[in-house]
Design a binder for this molecule. Sequence first.
Ligand SMILES: [Zn+2]
Length: 111
Amino acid sequence: MAKCPVCGAPLDWRDIIDQMLTLDNFSELLKSKDDFIKALEDFTFKCPHCGEEFYGKFLPKDEAEKVFDLLNDFKGSIDWENKKVRIRLNQLLALDKMLEEWDKRVKERKL
Ligand SMILES: [Zn+2]
């Protein structure tokens, strides 16, 4: 799970993306995974726990890629008027990881 590189506190992807929603071209970024990841890596985030700033490149890239998919898969995932993420990204990521593990186990059993 994503952690603050300064204080180590766990971060909520919803907070992270909320910060990125201040970008004027955010809706454009959702059209291309490469553009989204690049913008995320260069973005300066502020940790809600310690208040320190850090670059998005310190966040786990595999999770960032899944966040991109989740934001695109769920209709209405973003409240554009209030610039807020509506879906619980951390819970969905955890669920996604669990299903992956389960899938792996089922496949191993078949071999
Ligand atoms: Zn922190």
